[in-house]
Design a protein around this ligand. Structure first.
Ligand SMILES: Nc1ncnc2c1ncn2[C@@H]1O[C@H](COP(=O)(O)OP(=O)(O)O)[C@@H](O)[C@H]1O
Ligand SMILES: [Mg+2]
Length: 451
């Protein structure tokens, strides 16, 4: 079965795309949450009244008062540090700025001294406090948990999200692809170890992707194997049964001969007949089983009319012995591509049956015509015909209609061989009752396309 596009890859792509999207969404949300939480205190402090308070203290009491004010840590929120830097970037307590901030602060927070004279005053990232002595201080609020390279908690948060997303997608992929593959493998192993009834569950074989197609293919392969094995077994049984009856009759004749202490003409004839029958059955058996897997099938252009004319010439003698006539009518140029021997053996089996069942003075008709892209051959006789319920079954190996005239002769394989021979060439055969009595066998073969 051809799939319009590789669904498995599409699914993978969807999963991976969904993973990335989920990661980006959840990651961004977590990041925003953590950052807003962390920045809350910092922003509150920066925009709060702390700076103004410090400016007032400085205006009233100068640097010592400011130092004292800053020393009372209680007024400063716990998640921020407040530095007050003079124009040399020194904290009024002489505290060291966190290493990664030092440069940043020097460049963007505390304006270099000579810059104050310039008419270009770059943006300062901190408010300035001016003391009564004209000293300028920078009032710097730094978040404690966030560094220049981000915060530890956002990093941990992101890693956790990544692990969660990767874990759940890995689980999803394992359950979506791993489990069906495991089931498929189990079924293959079971089949290989001889459990011919092993099948992949429908839940998997009905998936609409390559795995589902593979499972369905496996199941239909197993079905076919099973029916093949079953039909072989049945064939073996029928064949054994078929060979047993003539052997039993042989035994009876031999016992009779032993009883009379000599082989009479009747017994000898019986023995010869049974041996011939066994020989013929075995021969047809071999022919039939060889058709199962034909090693070589020729592909030759065959004129069906000509092939049937030759066959009719050969069978004419047999027909005359039965007191019936053969009549062939064929349209010109009836050509098929196939194996002449196979086709011939198929037609021969049908024609021989017809001759066998045809009443004295009747006519067996062979007609060849073309219908659309098919060549149709019909072989009809005026014999006893075949009851409707057996019209399909007569093509089964060893099947014979009960009480049929010539029961003892023939192996019961002729029609099975014919059906398989036509089947191999892409054709078909069917039997239909004939108005006015008798039966018509219709063989349909693909016409040779010579364009
Ligand atoms: N032309 C026919 N008219 C009536 N019955 C037929 C005809 N051809 C076949 N049959 C029935 O189909 C059965 C199977 O035919 P076949 O496979 O050729 O086996 P066989 O000829 O060895 O008996 C025959 O035994 C017979 O009962
Ligand atoms: Mg036959």
């Amino acid at each position: 079965m051809e799939l319009p596009y590789p669904r498995l890859y599409l699914r993978m792509a969807i999963y991976i795309g969904a993973t990335l999207a989920a990661f980006v969404l959840v990651g961004a949300a977590i990041l925003a949450l953590i950052a807003s939480y962390e920045l809350e205190g910092y922003v509150a402090t920066r925009h709060g009244t702390l700076g103004r308070e410090a400016a007032e203290i400085l205006a009233m009491g100068g640097r010592p008062a400011l130092q004292q004010w800053l020393a009372e840590e209680a007024r400063i929120p716990p998640d921020v540090s407040v530095f007050i830097l003079d124009q040399a970037s020194q904290d009024i307590f002489g505290r060291q700025l966190p290493g990664e901030f030092a440069n940043f602060v020097r460049n963007y927070v505390v304006t270099p001294a000579d810059m104050t004279e310039s008419n270009y005053r770059p943006l300062r990232l901190a408010p300035q406090l001016v003391g009564p002595d004209g000293q300028v201080y920078s009032f710097l609020v730094l978040p404690k948990t966030i560094g220049v390279r981000g915060s530890l908690s956002t990093l941990l948060g992101l890693i956790t999200v990544a692990l969660l997303v990767i874990g759940s997608v890995a689980w999803l992929i394992a359950s979506r692809f791993g489990r069906p593959i495991g089931e498929l493998q189990a079924a293959v192993r079971q089949l290989a170890s001889g459990h011919i009834d092993a099948r992949v569950p429908v839940a998997i074989s009905s998936r609409r992707d390559e795995l589902g197609a593979l499972a369905a293919d496996f199941n239909s392969m197993a079905d076919q194997l099973q029916s093949l094995i079953d039909s072989r077994e049945q064939l073996m049984q029928e064949m054994s049964h078929e060979l047993r009856s003539p052997l039993a009759r042989l035994q009876a004749s031999l016992a009779l001969a032993a009883h009379h202490q000599k082989l009479g003409d009747a017994e000898r004839e019986q023995i010869e007949r049974e041996v011939r029958h066994i020989d013929q059955t075995i021969g047809e058996m071999l022919r039939f089983s060889r058709l199962d897997a034909p090693a070589t099938v020729a592909h030759r252009l065959i004129r069906v009319g000509k092939l049937l004319r030759e066959l009719v010439e050969v069978e004419e003698i047999e027909a005359r012995a039965h007191g019936c006539r053969l009549e062939l009518t064929s349209q010109p140029d009836m050509q098929v591509i196939g194996d002449p021997d196979l086709l011939c053996s198929g037609f021969e089996n049908i024609l021989r049956n017809a001759i066998r069942y045809a009443p004295v003075d009747s006519c067996v008709e062979l007609k060849v015509r073309k219908e659309e892209a098919s060549i149709i051959v019909q072989i009809s006789d005026r014999g006893p015909g075949i009851p409707d319920q057996y019209l399909d079954r007569i093509f089964e190996p060893f099947f014979r209609v009960k009480n049929s005239v010539a029961d003892a002769s023939g192996s019961g394989l002729g029609l099975a061989i014919a059906q398989r021979a036509f089947d191999i060439q892409g054709g078909s055969i069917s039997a239909t009752p004939r108005a006015g009595g008798g039966i018509t066998f219709t063989i349909r073969l693909p016409a040779a396309d010579l364009t």
